[in-house]
Design a protein around this ligand. Sequence first.
Ligand SMILES: Nc1nc2c(ncn2[C@@H]2O[C@H](COP(=O)(O)OP(=O)(O)OP(=O)(O)O)[C@@H](O)[C@H]2O)c(=O)[nH]1
Ligand SMILES: [Mg+2]
Length: 537
Amino acid sequence: MSVTMQPAGLMTSAELVSLLGQANRLAGVAGRPDPVERLARVAAQLAARQMRVMVVGAPGQGVTSLVHVLQRASTDRLPGATFADAPGSRGSNQPVVPERESADVVLFVSDAGHEYGRAELDALARIRAQGTVVVGVLTKIDAYPQWAEVQRANRSRLQAANLDSPTIPLLPVSAALCDSGRQRGDDSLSVASGVPQLLEFLRDRIDTRVDPALRDWVLGEVRSVTDQLSMIWNRELDALQGAGESPQQRQQRAMAELERRQHLSGQWQLALNDGVTELMAQVDFDLRERLREVMELAEEHITTANPMRDWQQFDNSVRSKVDESVQANFQLAAKRSQVLAAQVAAKLVGNPDRSYTGVALPELRVTGPDEALGRIKPMEPPNSGGWFARAVNSLRGSYGGILMVGVLTSLAGLALISVWSVAAGVLLGLFTFWEDRKNGQERGKAEAKMAVSKLMDNVNFRVGDELRTQLRAVHRALRDHFTQINDQRLRIAADAVRAAADTASANGGQRDARLSQLQNHLAELRQLRIRATVPSR
Ligand SMILES: Nc1nc2c(ncn2[C@@H]2O[C@H](COP(=O)(O)OP(=O)(O)OP(=O)(O)O)[C@@H](O)[C@H]2O)c(=O)[nH]1
Ligand SMILES: [Mg+2]
């Protein structure tokens, strides 16, 4: 079969398929389901690539029937392929020669009832000359039991006509068997029809251009599977070669390590839960303390100075102090969260010196409380009565004074309005005024203190809520992060126990055999790794 030329350095689909096949075989040997699944996923993507298949043949050879069964059968195996019944194949007795660019591959159909004749060899020669990839298909094999002889004869005729280098594959099929297999749900009939094999051949052996992104993905997966396998096998190799220790000692050590891991995995979870409870309490207490200080300062200011005169400024200064306190509190929360992460990591590692080397700390985010702070409204200014109310009250006082003294003096025979009664009015008016002013100030101060304490309640409520939400998120992040690391460590410890048990039960001969097997696998992996390195363009 001919090979389409690809620009240097670009991998063809067939090369990629062969890489996947080799990686898949090695993954199967390692007995790991996970890499096998990954490779199957990329293989499916590769199988789904676009492929234009043109089916040609002399009239009556079974072209249309083949196109139909291929179309039906390809939905699973080769979903990106399109099959065309060569236009113009009716009418003339000659097989059609399609244009070079119209297809990725030509299926050249002739039935198993006859050997290639002059017309067929001519058509094949023309297709070849164009450089089109061509695959010979021998149809109706159910009707011609001697199809294998025809196949051999066709091969010799191709060779005699100098058309067989590179070789044109000759695949036997039966559209009829494929159809009845599908109708009866009988897989053995389908396999006997040769149609699945033909599709597989197209999928794995026919080169089409592969999108560079798909190619890089396939290569990336192959590389990551080889890395994974080489880690597994190297570890086993190390265990087998483990010097100085007897297999039993090694097994005991592995068991002890696994037990220690299991114990530690309870320990760090306890440390995390206790730590989070404590963290919440600490940070919450800190917030309350800071806000209490702000409130005390504000109250003192209300008592000694008179903030009612410039309420706006007072409100601003109190709220900016609240702002500072809350920011400092959130910074504390962030710092304490980091400290907790380090403590939990140390518990998870279980080093005697309480260090946590070898374990990455999670990235914890405690965002500023700006949004919560933004929702806090300014304090209401206290109501101190105002000048007008006070003036009215004073007038009422002086009026009362005039009446009181005036009635008395009128009894004494003087006029209602006299020097005495006017003097009394003035005095009482002034008295009422001062009395009112004093009361108003006291009431204003009380109201101002109320406003401050209302503000603090509000801050406590909103910011406290935000704080708890963030700390809960920190808790979740820590738990997820360390659970993942812990699971991984447990798995490694369990693997080591298994490997140690295997080597302990292997006798000397088995051990040597396994050693050389592992070395072979690793050598093959190294080669595969090189082949799967992205070619430079
Ligand atoms: N036994 C048997 N008969 C087949 C098979 N495939 C096709 N035939 C028969 O061969 C004849 C031609 O089939 P088509 O699929 O129409 O072939 P074609 O090459 O498209 O024919 P034209 O389009 O007429 O040139 C029909 O009578 C089919 O029933 C097969 O696999 N087995
Ligand atoms: Mg037809």
